[in-house]
Design a protein around this ligand. Structure first.
Ligand code: ATP
Ligand code: MG
Length: 384
């Protein structure tokens, strides 16, 4: 099979001085996700070269920061070796081809155009089935001549794009078993954010299925960042207590304000730079601009909502693509759904929310106690 895998990282070339930090993080993430030994990976200025294996090739699709990658044959930079290597790409079932030659080694004896002509003629004279076709040929022969070696390949597989996870810092993400929050976590990771997860569970109202869903979703998402940490918060006492509020229409608002007070404490203690979620404008009563404003005052850190303006259908498509959707739609009880009042306040007022919290005089003490006693931490490692 191929000698090496050539990895390209388009967007990173825009990053000026920070570029090498990004490239080093990308190489580290590739090593982790694809289980590669130090000796099998070479990082150069604009490419990464890895010893070929099918497993590595399959796992590169989970690494953010890669624009594309190819299985490549490697030979010395002289015409005879290049010709011999080109033969390996001959495909008896193909009828048309084109050559795409490039050289970074400017002292090579032919220009790119001369190489296209020369190797094109070589292919025609050695394989009578082939005809040249510039637009949509069956096969491409890409020939990249560098000083030390020449790399020859036929196809490019598109990578995930985005930025290497970890280059933007850490954020605490509120994860439920729903459709939106897993997709939102993926979108944050795509911009280089390492995600830690926080889930509020309310047993016995939420059962083992709810927990299994969250665990399965995090296992799936962990492929994209190598390792994950989940804080599971047993929220039953708090939910029951908030349920006693004198204004039932505010229950969800009060609960979400409480989520953000707790989340920002956990985030601060664990060096997270913000809190993120799967909120989507207008989707439900608690996701109006008014409701989000009343809730967000309780976070001492910025709140990030990568799905705020996305259409539900696009979110579902993304969920299917990243393989979380099928888990999300498994029937299970969710804390918010069980708790939702018949007519929730869609335009809540901050003053009323604060007043209701004063009425629930034990609320903040119960939250502090919960942070001390009701959190279970679990760790996930990528094992793909
Ligand atoms: P999702 O599909 O993500 O559950 P949703 O449309 O059901 O979204 P809500 O239930 O209103 O929305 O929740 C909005 C966001 O609040 C979720 O995307 C998630 O980030 C967070 N959230 C909701 N419930 C929980 C929970 N039990 N634990 C942690 N975070 C939660
Ligand atoms: Mg939900």
């Amino acid at each position: 099979m191929y000698d090496k895998i050539l990895v390209r990282y388009g967007e990173l070339s825009l990053k000026g001085k920070n570029k090498m930090t990004f490239v080093r993080t990308l190489a580290r993430n590739i090593k982790k996700t694809c289980s590669i030994d130090e000796k099998d990976i070479v990082v150069s200025f604009d490419r990464i070269y890895i010893k070929y294996s099918k497993d590595v090739m399959d796992n590169l699709q989970y690494v953010f920061g890669i624009s594309s990658y190819s299985g490549v044959y490697v030979c010395n930079s002289n015409i005879t070796d290049i010709e011999n290597t080109i033969r390996k790409l001959f495909n008896p079932n193909s009828k048309t081809f084109k050559c795409i030659s490039r050289r970074s080694f400017k002292n090579f004896e032919m220009s790119s155009i001369e190489m296209n002509n020369h190797f094109g003629s070589f292919i025609l004279s050695n394989n009578t089935n082939y005809k040249v076709q510039i637009k949509n040929p069956d096969d491409e022969f890409n020939i990249e001549v560098h000083k030390e070696y020449t790399y020859i390949f036929s196809t490019k597989t598109l990578g995930l794009g985005g930025l290497p996870v970890g280059t933007a810092g850490k954020v605490l993400h509120l994860i439920s078993g729903g459709i939106d929050s897993p997709v939102a976590a993926f979108e944050m990771m795509k911009r280089g954010v390492h995600i830690e997860f926080l889930s509020f569970l309310t047993p016995p109202h939420t059962d083992q299925t709810t927990m299994d869903k969250v665990n399965q979703i995090i296992t799936t998402l962990t492929k994209y960042q190598g390792a994950s940490k989940l804080y599971s918060f047993n929220y039953t006492d708090l939910m029951n207590y908030i349920g006693m509020t004198s204004k039932q229409g505010y229950k969800i608002i009060l609960m979400r304000r409480s989520f953000y007070r707790i989340a920002s404490i956990i985030a601060n203690e664990n060096n997270c730079l913000g809190v993120s979620n799967g909120e989507n404008l207008g989707q439900v009563a608690s996701q109006t601009l008014e409701a989000m404003a009343v809730v967000q005052t309780q976070s001492t850190l910025p709140v990030y909502r990568p799905l705020l303006t996305h259409d539900k259908l696009d979110i579902i498509k993304k969920g299917i693509l990243i393989n979380t959707y099928n888990t999300s739609i498994i029937q299970a009880s969710e804390a918010c759904e069980l708790f939702a009042p018949a007519s929730p306040a869609t335009k809540p007022s901050l003053k009323i929310a604060q007043y209701l919290e004063e009425e629930l005089s034990n609320l903040f003490a119960l939250e502090s106690q919960g942070i001390q006693e009701n959190i279970t931490v679990s760790y996930f490692k990528n094992n793909s």
